[in-house]
Design a binder for this molecule. Structure first.
Ligand code: ADP
Ligand code: MG
Length: 216
């Protein structure tokens, strides 16, 4: 099976001289297309930094990152972020002035995907009735479902999820996680999920623990 993501010898340090903090050092892993990886480790261990590197928003100090066979140094990152990499954060980053359905339509159109399927994605995520509502008119769990609808509507090859259920109560978190894993399996996209929740991490096929570092 070919790789969705390959990382080798990756090093990332913030700051210089005495104030330098080595966040990631000699990190390597391979994520086969269609599979899932949990990034574990306590707060400050570098999970978000690694996700930022994997969507081209942070430079590395050493090592290589390859996505879908494209070398990170020469990749067209804006195009990858628009069309192939979907990102989900702890708090759904919806546009407050757009309805849920228009948020999904906007994300789909950026990726060159048909807007006609957007209502379908809301229905798949069980918020089909709420498409006309604005983000501040629904619950946190419903906003997170809308964020997942946005990501799946862009038909991504890779989803980067940063503590995607971290702001939700346990039951809602489980429901949202169920949808994420179900749709990831159905669509065959790859998933990298940062979490400090061992139960959530155990649902991924691979686990990478960044937790043994001395990050703040
Ligand atoms: N832009 C930055 N400048 C300096 N230090 C940073 C920056 N971003 C993150 N860090 C530091 O890098 C470490 C890892 O942070 P982060 O990747 O956010 O960890 P996690 O997501 O695992 O909580 C922390 O010590 C944090 O303070
Ligand atoms: Mg983080």
């Amino acid at each position: 099976m070919h790789s969705a993501v390959n990382v080798s010898g990756l090093r990332k340090t913030f700051g210089q001289g005495d104030s330098a903090v080595a966040v990631l050092s000699d990190l390597g892993f391979d994520l086969p297309a269609g599979s899932s990886l949990a990034l574990m480790g306590r707060s400050g261990s570098g999970k978000s930094t690694l996700l930022n590197i994997l969507c081209g928003l942070e430079q590395v100090d050493a090592g290589t990152v390859t996505l879908f066979g494209e070398c990170g140094r020469t990749a067209d990152w804006p195009r990858l972020r628009r069309e192939r990499i979907g990102v989900v954060f702890q708090e759904a980053n919806l546009m407050p002035t757009l309805s849920l359905l228009d948020n999904v339509r906007f994300r789909a159109s950026l990726a060159g995907q048909p807007e006609t399927r957007c209502q379908h994605w809301l229905e798949v995520l069980d918020i089909g009735e709420l498409g006309h509502r604005f983000p501040d008119q629904v619950s946190g769990g419903q906003r997170q479902r809308a964020a997942l609808a946005m990501v799946f509507a862009m038909a991504p090859d890779l989803i980067l999820a940063d503590e995607p259920t971290g702001s939700l109560d346990r039951n809602t978190a489980n429901e949202v996680a169920d949808e994420l894993f179900r749709l990831q399996g159905d669509t065959g996209c790859s998933l990298i999920l940062a979490t400090h929740d061992p139960e959530l991490a155990a649902r991924c096929q691979q686990t990478l623990d960044l937790g043994h570092r001395s990050g703040g």
